[in-house]
Design a protein around this ligand. Sequence first.
Ligand SMILES: [Zn+2]
Ligand SMILES: [Zn+2]
Length: 243
Amino acid sequence: MELYYDLHTHSCLSPCADDDMTVYNIANMAMLCGLDIVALTDHNSAKNCPAFFAACREAGLTPVAGVELCTREEVHVLCLFPGLGEAAAFDGFLYPLLPDIENRADIFGRQLILGEDDAVRAEEKKLLISACDIGIEELPAVVAEYGGIAIPAHIDRPANGLIANLGFIPDEYVFTCYEIKNPDALPNLVRNNPCLARKRILFDSDAHTLTDIPERRHSLSLPERSAAALIAALRSAPPAAWA
Ligand SMILES: [Zn+2]
Ligand SMILES: [Zn+2]
């Protein structure tokens, strides 16, 4: 079946996202936009995923639990998991890798942890936008241990992307899938990085405000409507080469 997706969104747990990016607001906006499958990928934390799953269930959406991890090289990588349990376990692994720096809400923004009723349950005290003490080369295997997939995020952006920070796409890495923010950037990216022609490419919003959530435009063909089917598809080769 053909499913419309957005696999990169930030809730109010990310300090840089709007406080009205509550899980119910995200789910309801995604539903209004006609999306089918939506991932929550806050910076270095999966702590709003349980509430997000409850909101998506009510909105009739298929939720995916994830994080946007910032590596030692300050490269942003989406880590998507088959379920809440795997994401929570990975969150437990990740949290000690974040430096012990307290968030300054007045500078960076609040980091709100929500309950299943969309109400603020707690505030995350540790600053979530720091780099974690894990390298880009070791991350894919670690994420796979938790049943997930690691996807370099917004590789067309001039900051915090694989190309921006490393200067190239290292072909020996085991990434099978890459994310691009601007679809118009794809032809140039493939020309300059031919290995991308053999990879899956995702187009996500990286939504930090409700109006960033896109209309249904980008879809994936999956055998069933589940996060596990999504991850299996993203691990496999693309249906056709781009170039
Ligand atoms: Zn990012
Ligand atoms: Zn992001």
